[in-house]
Design a binder for this molecule. Sequence first.
Ligand code: NAD
Length: 250
Amino acid sequence: MASFMDKTVIVTGAASGFGKATARAFADAGARVVVADIDADGAARVAKEFEQGIAVRTDVSDSDSVRTMVDSAVGEFGGIDVLVNNAGMPHRSMPMLDLPVEDADRMWAINVRSVFLCCKYAVPVMRQRTGTSVVNVASIGALRPRPGMTVYNASKGAVLTLTRGLASELAPDVRVNAVNPVVAETGFVKGAQGVDRIPDDVRAAMVAGIPMGRTADTQDVADSILFLASPEAGFLTGVCLDVDGGRSIQ
Ligand SMILES: NC(=O)c1ccc[n+]([C@@H]2O[C@H](COP(=O)([O-])OP(=O)(O)OC[C@H]3O[C@@H](n4cnc5c(N)ncnc54)[C@H](O)[C@@H]3O)[C@@H](O)[C@H]2O)c1
């Protein structure tokens, strides 16, 4: 695993799930980590585990809040090397025509507006350093949409287009990549299914379509994010890496 010694990394949505595992993996690799989440208590609990970590209550859909997040990173650690745009949410799984407009709008702001805002305010700071990169957390659903999650999947399609467009705008200064995770049992499940754990029959149907025979672990996603942010991926930009156990092969 690459070293991120003396690097400063912002991970949004880092109080839970993929973000928490990613923040921990960067901290284990020597990074200074900004744990940014709308859940202030959760972020504080995660940051407390790290030798060099701070928690910043952040609503990624709000410009002032995102600016405060960037200012906090610079104030505490002097700059930014890696930005992981991970914070996101599903809507409740249902036919698109039944989805309440306000649910769709809120989700779109958290999944898409957030990537625009975080890049808009963090990238000018990142450009002051070399070897910097952004990693966005999209979803394999953007490429292989299932019924019930249409607007969510479209929001992740927008994240992929932001990734590739921004990659070409920022090269060669700042690399921009994305990961496309398959389903994982995180806080996301509650939002999508309304229950804490995926029901056994639903999980079995999902796993049947994943050649590797299981759902994703948070560590699978964290490892892929660290790779994309590492010097070993120094020639990769605009890459949208499927972390899906092979789900998208067929
Ligand atoms: N779990 C899955 O099956 C799955 C699959 C593909 C992609 N994803 C994506 O992975 C990312 C992480 O989700 P997760 O599965 O770890 O879910 P999670 O619910 O465990 O974590 C999401 C985190 O984002 C935070 N958050 C929500 N709204 C926020 C806001 N406005 N500002 C800042 N933080 C906010 C939450 O407090 C939480 O800590 C999301 O973008 C999600 O869409 C999840």
